[in-house]
Design a binder for this molecule. Structure first.
Ligand SMILES: NC(=O)c1ccc[n+]([C@@H]2O[C@H](COP(=O)([O-])OP(=O)(O)OC[C@H]3O[C@@H](n4cnc5c(N)ncnc54)[C@H](OP(=O)(O)O)[C@@H]3O)[C@@H](O)[C@H]2O)c1
Length: 259
């Protein structure tokens, strides 16, 4: 057996279909690219058409199969319509990545119901609804992968965690509930936990060189995260190789959480 065949048996996503929410920017875009380059047909879901088109163009130019669905995942109807549209393109997904997220940071004392609702709708309820929509089908076919992107704030408070940290903590609990339900049927459910990653999500913090350097110093690797750092872990969690890994939170944070 060649190493190519061995690696392919473990990690290839050939013939798989993946849906990646938030797949048009930052971590989600890097994950969509990784899954597509590993062989999956990928549908990216987000709101802004320009970013969606640019993502899909980049992937198709690279010889990948990719498509996009424009949707606002903050409403239940938006999620339902997006899920149906995403499944129309290449068929029902084998892999679901919930990466779309929002981090609104009012001080806790000023955190109103609007911020709470908006945070929970996108960060927690959309992943739940998409899991309900696609999980049973994955279980029926005996293979599936659900990957949520949470945050170190699922584990500790950090720069006004507010509703955001709560939503991410609950998302890790959701992964465990889904894992309990569907792992016996070949569907693993895990979370990837970023530390501080330089993406548009935290543009304000990333534009302060002193804070950026201080955060890098809190890692063990000595730098802040890049979206590309998630590629390998995402392919692993989406592939056959991770069949016995479920309900887990896997930190991709350069050692930030243990330093
Ligand atoms: N960057 C970090 O340091 C960090 C740390 C911990 C966790 N995370 C988590 O990682 C995930 C990705 O973050 P990122 O840093 O890569 O952020 P990003 O670059 O801002 O990407 C966010 C993605 O979500 C989409 N999105 C936002 N609101 C949406 C909505 N209402 N409906 C549908 N799609 C929506 C965005 O596209 P549109 O705006 O066009 O809709 C975009 O594709 C998030 O869940 C975030 O909480 C990030």
């Amino acid at each position: 057996m060649t190493s190519q065949t061995y690696l392919s048996d473990l990690f290839s996503l050939d013939g798989r279909v993946a849906v990646v929410t938030g797949g048009s920017s930052g971590i989600g875009r890097a994950i969509a690219g990784a899954l597509a380059r590993a062989g999956a047909s990928v549908v990216v879901v987000a709101r802004r058409e320009g970013e969606l088109v640019a993502t899909v163009d980049e992937l198709t130019a690279d010889g990948c199969r990719a498509a996009w669905v424009g949707a606002d995942l903050r409403t239940r109807d938006g999620v339902r319509v997006a899920a149906d549209a995403a499944a129309e393109v290449f068929g029902e997904p084998d892999i679901l990545v919930n990466c779309a997220g929002v981090n609104l940071r009012p001080p806790m004392g000023e955190l109103g119901e609007e911020v709470w609702d908006a945070t929970m709708a996108l960060n927690l309820e959309a992943p739940y609804l998409l899991g309900q929509r696609f999980g049973p089908g994955m279980a029926a076919q005996g293979f599936g992968r659900i990957i949520h992107i949470t945050s170190q704030q699922a584990h500790r408070a950090f720069v006004q965690s507010g509703a955001y940290g709560v939503s991410k903590g609950a998302l890790e609990a959701l992964a465990r509930s889904q894992a309990e339900a569907w792992s016996p049927h070949g569907v693993t459910c895990n979370t990837l936990v970023p530390g501080f990653v330089m993406t548009p999500l935290n543009a304000r913090l990333s534009s302060d060189p002193e804070k950026v350097a201080a955060l890098a110093a809190r890692t063990m690797v000595g730098r802040n995260g890049l979206a590309e750092d998630f590629a390998g872990a995402a392919v692993f969690l989406a592939s056959r190789a991770s069949a016995y890994v479920t309900g887990q939170a896997i930190f991709v944070d350069g050692g930030f959480s243990v330093h």
